[in-house]
Write a new protein. Structure first.
Length: 193
C-alpha cells in the first residue's frame, strides 16, 4: 500500500487557451509558407526591377520600369499582411506564442517594417521616379533591404534561436509554479487517502 502512496503524480503543463491541432496546424503552416514565399518573391522582383530601372540608359524603358514598380505595393502589401496574419495564427496556436520568444518578436518587427516602408516609402519613390523620369537610388536600396530582412526572417523561422522575452520568462515561471503547486497538492491528496 505504501508503494502506491509514494508514487509521483504525473505532471502536465496546462494547455494554452488556443491550440492548433494537426490538420488546422498544417493548413495554417501551408498558408504561412505560401504567403511568405510569395512575399519574398515579390520583394526579389521589386529589387530586380528597381536595379534594372536604376542602371538602364534607355529613358523609355526606365520610365516603364518605374511605372511597373508603382504597382508592386498592390501585390506586396496584401501578401505581407496575409503572411503576418497566418504567422500570428501559428504563433498563438503553438508553443512559441506571440511575444514569448525573441525570434518571433524580430519577425513581427521585420514584417511591420517591410509593410510600412512598402506603403509609405517605396510606393512614393516609385511614383516620383515615374513622374520625374529620374533614377531613384533609394528605391533600389530599399528594395534590396527588403529582400535581405525577409531572408533574415526566413532564417529565424527555420533555426528558431533560443531566447525568451521578459514576458515569456514570466509565463514560463508562472506555468512551472502552477505545475509544482498541482504536483504538491496531488501528492498531499494521495498521502491522505
Amino acid at each position: 500500500m505504501s508503494a502506491v502512496l509514494d508514487r509521483p503524480v504525473p505532471t502536465r503543463r496546462p494547455e494554452p487557451r488556443f491550440r492548433l491541432r494537426r490538420r488546422a496546424h498544417k493548413v495554417a503552416l501551408t498558408a504561412h509558407v505560401l504567403t511568405s514565399v510569395g512575399w519574398f518573391g515579390v520583394a526579389a522582383m521589386v529589387a530586380f526591377v528597381a536595379i534594372v530601372a536604376d542602371t538602364t540608359r534607355d529613358g523609355e524603358f526606365e520610365h516603364s520600369m518605374y511605372r511597373t514598380l508603382e504597382m508592386f505595393p498592390w501585390l506586396s502589401i496584401p501578401l505581407g499582411v496575409a503572411a503576418v496574419v497566418t504567422g500570428a495564427i501559428l504563433s498563438l496556436g503553438t508553443k512559441y506564442g506571440f511575444i514569448r520568444h525573441w525570434w518571433v518578436v524580430a519577425k513581427i518587427v521585420i514584417s511591420v517594417a517591410v509593410i510600412v516602408t512598402d506603403a509609405v516609402l517605396l510606393a512614393r519613390f516609385a511614383h516620383s521616379a515615374a513622374v520625374d523620369g529620374s533614377a531613384s537610388t533609394p528605391l533600389a536600396h530599399g528594395a534590396v533591404a527588403h529582400v535581405v530582412v525577409l531572408a533574415v526572417a526566413t532564417v529565424l523561422s527555420v533555426f528558431k534561436p533560443k531566447g525568451l522575452t521578459a514576458w515569456g520568462r514570466r509565463r514560463r515561471d508562472r506555468t512551472s509554479a502552477q505545475v509544482l503547486t498541482r504536483t504538491q497538492a496531488g501528492s498531499a491528496g494521495t498521502r491522505s487517502t
